[in-house]
Design a protein. Sequence first.
Length: 285
Amino acid sequence: MLKVKNAKEMVLEIVQGDPLFVVLQHTPLEEILYNDAYLADIDEAKHYTIAEVASWFNSTDAMLRYYLKPFEQYIFDNTTPSANGNIRLNLPAIVKLRMILLLKDEYRVKGIKLLLGIDDNGQLLKHQITATTSDTEELSHKVAVLGNVLHQMMQTGLFQFVPDDGHETLQVNINEDFFAHTIQQETLALKQENDHLQQQIFELQENSVKDIVQKIRERHIENEIVSTLRTEALQQFTVNNKVGFFAKMFKSSEIEMEKEQFVLRYISQHLEERLEVALNDYYEK
């Protein structure tokens, strides 16, 4: 029986050098492959029915049979699944089927066939079988590296992978539409950002000039009002505080202090009201 702690190790023994595993590596799907619940209880020596495997993968018998048929040589290593037609799968076959199910949404049957090197007759190409069954660490490493590079290239959308007519290989073409669209989008985005920055600079400059002019005018209005209030205050102080000649001589310092205090109180009392009226008149013009 498989121990939970050894599930990853046992799966890796089966999938090393496998082209589907190369695509799964370093993606979230790799962890799913190691952590399926069935690995905790499966018996490596036993074979399991389609119904049992389907229940493990939350699938149906019909779906599993659909994905088994085009990949029989790959899943069962060129052996007959069952003599009486009742298909039964051992652990390596289940793991391979699981990888197909994990990749089916992204690659479909046609794409998985291309990854495995299966021709239109469902036959595995000889050189592909050799590559996937090699036990040398160097070859496995090279396959893994090349598979990761191919996977990353496919994810960018910049390349198109199509079967080369008359040959059992993939032809890699530059996706010119994607390239042109990307450049066009980036150029448009840069232009829009530049226009936005230019507009912001213009508005800041325009607002800055307006603010300066406005503050100068407001300060001028305030100074005029203060001057007027000071004149009014002096006039009122003179009227309200008439003193003789000799009093002025002997009390000049005291009188000047009282006068300044009177002027300051007068300006403080009336400045806000007069300034508000003057500014409203200015902005309404």
